[in-house]
Design a protein around this ligand. Structure first.
Ligand SMILES: *Cc1c(COP(=O)(O)O)cnc(C)c1O
Length: 389
């Protein structure tokens, strides 16, 4: 079956649910057992793995089955946010004395809050590497390197990593490859066909797709599932049932929504690339983006999120543009139906590689509005920017 078919069908069985199309939302803390033997068994549950609200319910299991189908992995664990999913996947494979390699263009909180914060405090050392390093990562792998963390394209700057080359070097050194696959929506990149062992997704973004819930997911091969699930249980993570339902509802239509984000994004990016104010377009589908050739080789599409750098533009001029936008909201969490724009400062969150372009730049999420209206809004914005310059 093709992926579009699998994500419509995974995690639901109308015949076990009065013929109703969608699985119900189970609100649960307590699970009641019929016998002492059932109650005291840590292995078996008469209810298909359901033992305690925190360990999962039929609702979380349905969401997890559907995400596993989307990502092309075997099993999935749900989390109350994308960052929780990243934290758990790192903690599952790292302990004091270990070393982790993390791409320099990683999602900001993965760097600041987890690697430079919590993991450092618990004795795990992080080295950041050039996102374009490819097989050169072999030089950075040490005996104590247990995880190589990749994200493609990277947050804010959108370089596309050579994941097969990085995974081959990591596996040769015995390290686990964890990927943040949020940008592709799970639809335009197949992590497990490119050497990834553990795939993290901020389901908050395109899977939920409507800016109304926070969710994370970690999809794994069959062999690595227990390591992630048992860490999630140790840490007490449990995704809320209503949020899982919203995630499942969003996921069912992702194969219809994402191509529309893609088309609108390409239309806006093509227009932006011609603007005299723009120095560099950072959209993986355009040759100006580092790693564009890798994107062409490994990805099957692009989502609606990209960035650009501006030609020597003052912060005041950028504020004049952004403060007056009518359709583009100013907010960080993207992946909903609506367009967003924020200023970016890539040099503040890079250490392995310098950022040679002027700041602030802009990051744009293109939603499902008509592109003509979005272009008109941006056109007026650039006029305000030029008047303020
Ligand atoms: C938003 C985001 C996250 C974090 O997701 P939350 O649900 O907001 O915690 C992680 N990785 C990437 C690439 C993101 O864009």
């Amino acid at each position: 079956m093709k992926k579009e078919t699998r994500i419509v069908n995974a995690g639901r069985d109308p015949r076990s649910n009065f013929g109703i199309v969608n699985p119900p939302v189970y609100h649960a803390s307590t699970v009641i057992f019929p016998t002492v033997a059932d109650l005291e068994s840590s292995e078996n549950s008469p209810y298909e793995g359901v033992r305690y609200g925190r360990y999962g319910t039929p609702t979380t299991q349905a969401f997890e089955a559907a995400v596993a189908a989307l990502e092309g992995g075997e099993r999935c664990v749900s989390f109350p946010s994308g960052l929780a999913a990243i934290a758990c996947s790192l903690i599952a494979f790292l302990k004091a004395g270990d070393h982790v390699l993390v791409t320099d263009n990683v999602y900001g909180p993965t760097r600041g809050r987890l690697c430079d914060g919590l993991l450092k405090d618990f004795g795990v050392e992080t080295t950041y590497y050039d996102p374009m390093i490819g097989s050169g990562i072999a030089d950075l792998l040490r005996a104590e390197t247990k995880v190589v963390f990749v994200e493609a394209p990277g947050s804010i700057t959108f370089e596309v990593q050579d994941i097969p080359a990085i995974a081959a070097a990591a596996h040769a050194a015995g390290a686990t490859v964890i990927m943040d696959n949020t940008w592709s929506g799970g639809l335009y990149f197949q992590p497990f066909e490119h050497g990834v062992d553990v795939c993290v997704h901020a389901a908050t973004k395109y899977i939920v797709g409507h800016s109304d819930a926070m969710l994370g997911a970690v999809t794994t091969t069959a062999a690595l599932f227990e390591q992630v699930k048992s860490t999630a249980v140790q840490l007490g993570y449990a995704a809320g049932p209503d949020d899982c339902y919203l995630g499942l509802r969003g996921l069912r239509s992702i194969a219809a929504r994402l191509p529309h984000h893609q088309e609108n994004g390409l239309t806006i990016a093509r227009w932006i690339a011609e603007r005299p104010e723009v120095e560099l377009l950072l959209h993986p589908a355009f040759p100006s983006c580092p790693g564009h050739e890798i994107w062409k080789r490994d990805f099957t599409g692009s989502s609606g999120l990209f960035a650009l750098s501006l030609r020597n533009c003052s912060k005041n001029a950028v504020s004049a543009m952004l403060d007056g936008m009518e359709l583009f909201g100013m907010g960080f969490s993207w992946g909903g139906f609506e367009s967003l724009i924020v200023p970016t400062y890539p040099s503040r969150s890079r250490t392995a590689t310098p950022w040679p372009h002027a700041e602030p730049g802009l990051r744009i999420h293109v939603g499902l509005e008509h592109p003509d209206d979005l272009i008109a809004d941006l056109d007026k914005g650039f006029a305000r920017m030029n008047r303020a310059a």
